[in-house]
Design a protein around this ligand. Structure first.
Ligand SMILES: [Zn+2]
Length: 243
């Protein structure tokens, strides 16, 4: 059963997408990013791992894969109008929501001061449809939620960020979670579905079968659109954090 829908439309000035891997944000929120950038929002990405395990090609070294995926992420972000992509270099497949990872997320939240933060829902381990939520996605989601509340907000959390980098605390208003099954908010991406597909296609090392994958993504967006009365949409579980 779907939770009650949130009808209040978001128009953030600054949005930050936090993900484990290059390409996660293109699947999850790229249509929304493109839509909000067109409205004048500034968008930022934070990618926590280097994605160095994401290949079947045995001739590629992890270092080569890291470089390829970073370039692909930069290209996708450019297509969407993202201001800047911040990269951490945690090893793919072993991400944990440690204090160090949380501090890295807090640092970027305090730097760019987003009204809206997007991440994976860390409570989702699998979906009845058969999808398993990658361990890095869960870790990235948990670290991000903890970073938003309470760590980025409290000046006594990671005081070195103020002392050494002059970063003030910041209160994020809304989190949009990627959840396969539960959604209470959607963004109409009908005008930007082709931009989303184009940005996904920038991840050629991950999506060799772009034609069929693009069709699948289009069908997901059409299904979300049908639920929300538009041609194409991206759906989220939205949390508005009481100030
Ligand atoms: Zn991923």
């Amino acid at each position: 059963m779907q939770p009650e829908q949130n009808a209040q439309i978001l128009h953030p000035k600054v949005v930050l997408g936090v993900a484990a891997h290059p390409d996660d944000l293109e699947f999850g929120i790229s249509g929304t990013i493109a839509t909000w950038v067109k409205e004048g929002a500034k968008a930022y990405y934070l990618i926590l791992t280097n994605g160095n395990k994401g290949s079947d090609d045995r001739s590629k070294t992890p270092e080569e894969l890291t470089a390829t995926r970073r370039a692909e992420q930069e290209a996708a972000a450019k297509i969407l109008g993202v201001e800047k992509v911040f990269f951490c270099n945690y090893d793919d497949g072993t991400l944990e929501p440690t204090p160090e990872v949380k501090r890295d997320v807090v640092r970027i939240i305090r730097q760019v001061k987003p009204g809206v933060v997007f991440c994976n829902d860390p409570t989702v381990v699998y979906s009845a449809s058969g999808m398993i939520n990658h361990t890095d996605h869960r870790a990235a989601g948990m670290a991000t939620i903890d970073a938003v509340y309470p760590l980025a907000r409290d000046h006594l959390s990671f005081p070195e960020l103020y002392k050494d980098e002059h970063l003030e605390p910041h209160k994020v208003k809304t989190i949009l979670l990627n959840n396969f099954d539960k959604q209470n908010y959607a963004v109409d991406i009908s005008d930007e579905i082709e931009t989303k597909i184009k940005a996904l296609a920038a991840h050629a090392s991950q999506i060799p079968d772009m034609e069929s994958r693009g069709e699948m993504v289009r069908q997901w967006a059409a299904r979300a659109g049908r639920l929300h009365g538009c041609a194409y949409a991206e759906g989220f579980l939205r949390l508005d954090i009481p100030i």
